[in-house]
Structure formats: structure tokens, C-alpha cells
Design a protein around this ligand. Sequence first.
Ligand code: CUA
Length: 337
Amino acid sequence: MSRVPRRPFARIAHASAWPCLLVLCGCHSQHRQSVLHPDSRAADAIASLWWVMFAVLAASFLFVITLLAIAIRRSPPQTDGEAASRRRTRWLVFGGGMAFPGVILLGLLFYSLGTSMTLRRPFVGMEIVVTGHQWWWDVRYPESGIVSANEIYLPAGEPVVITLRAADVIHSFWVPNLHGKIDVLPEVETRIVLEADQPGVWRGQCAEFCGRQHAWMAFKVVALSREAFDDWVETRRSPPRPEDSTLLARGEQIFFEASCHTCHAIAGTPAQATLGPDLTHIGSRLTLGAGRIDNTDEHLARWLLDPQGLKPGNLMPETRLEPDEVTALVAYLRALQ
Ligand code: CUA
């Protein structure tokens, strides 16, 4: 069941409307990407607006359909007197056709303007710079120098300012459980304040068609308690130190031999390119290919050998490697925790 909105009117709308909605749509069990499961004040205001609009417009629809049914079933006037009296009630047409929708729409307009005001917040808080690329997200923390991709870690219960840019075409940044959408533009910076009520993991998605793999331009937002977030910053601030082993050394060697470093960066190594996602802590990422597959040894091997099969049109070329080379490269990348 969806979470109950905090506002009284929205609560009534929610209570009366959600059983209908259950019938209309399949229920998703995880709610990790859902406007109707708000986990922040901003998303709660948006969900309340949605429930109120749904209830008011559903009631209006039923009202109009009922009037229509009455009109269809009504027999034509039998006498001149009856016809004249019906003409006198034509004000109903103007009232129902203009005044009624006018009042409803005006009411909803003011309610949604109120919601927009609620969403406006000062841009105060830790800054995270997110750049949209076809089809992945570059994520940078200017204060600590941390660079990541397709994952945004933030402290729960604190406002975080996300500064957004696009490297190529227009994208749109959307974490439905936490906030509304915001355009990500090539020449203009946009900003949004995210604040998760509680620790949790949510799925975000590019919400503006941006090419062939638009649907696989996803990301994760991970909110941690302040303490856990500070620990996270501490581990991410410095390059990972994979253990000394022949296999990992061989993997690192293959990373350079296969020219991976011409597109990717790994802090603490000569690889510093920024064409593709930063791989400094690739081993601890939750997904590969901007949400395309979960990050496991097997999936990483598949991604290295057949990135075009998994995500056609992305910039990653397939690597021609022997099975033992793939094993070493996977072991090395997965050790970058
Ligand atoms: Cu980026 Cu759609």
C-alpha cells in the first residue's frame, strides 16, 4: 500500500482513491521509483497534489457522466409548456459547462501554485555536481573531490544542492520518491535541492528522451545516516588500494593494454580520461551501464565483452580479450572498492 500523504485534504483523496487505482494498475512491490511513495517533503507535496487532482477530476468525470446518462434516458418534451420550461433551465448548460469547470480548474491551479511554492527552497547545503551524458551520469563532490558515476550518495535529513549540467543533449533529472523533474541543459546550469527523510536507496531516471538508450540512463540515490555518510566520504576520498597479487597486477596491466585508460579514469593510476565514467571505485558500484545490469563478476565480464549487445549505441567498444585476460581484468576492477 502506498504511503499516506501528510496533508488533510490529500489524505481524504488518497483514502478514497487508492482502492480504485489498485484495480486499474498492477502493484509494484518495491516502490523504489514511484511518485506515489514520497520519502521527502517535496515529493510528499507532489504526491498530495496528484491525489487531490485524481480525486477531484474523477468525481467531476463521474458527475458529468451521470448527467449525460440522465439526459440520454430522458424522454423528449410532450407539450409546448414542457418544452418552454426545459428551455428556462438552460442556465444549467452555462453553469455546468463554464462555471463548474472554471471553478474546479481555478481551484486546482491555486493548489498547484501552492505546491510549487512548497518546492522552492534556498540553495543551501552540500553541493553535488551531476553531469548528464548520453547515457550515464557523472557525479562529483567539489568539497571532497570525490568522483563517481550513476550513483549519488547523500546524508539523510539534510538538504543537498544538486547542480546539473549536460555534456551533450538535453536530459532530465528525476528521482520520483524525492522530488519532481528538472531539466539538464547543455549551456545553462540548473539546480535542485534534494532531501531524503530517512536513509534508503531509490532509483532515478532520465526523464527527457535523449537518444537510443534514454531508458537505460538510470541512477541510484543512496541516503545514509550522517555518520555512515562521513565514513563513506572518508573511504572514497582516497584511491582504493587493491591487495598485492599477480592476478590483480595482470588485470591492471590489461586495463592499459586494452586502452581502457583512453576513456576512463582511475585515481592513483595514470588513467585520467573523462570520456567515460570514472572507475576509481567501480568495484563497489551497485549497477553497470547506468542501471543496465547489477554489478557482479559475471555481469562485468559480459559488459567488457559485449557492451553493444547490452546497451546498443553507447560509446564503449567491445574489448577483444582472451578468457584469462577477462578474468584478470574483472578481478582488478572488482577489487577497486
Ligand atoms: Cu538522458 Cu534521456
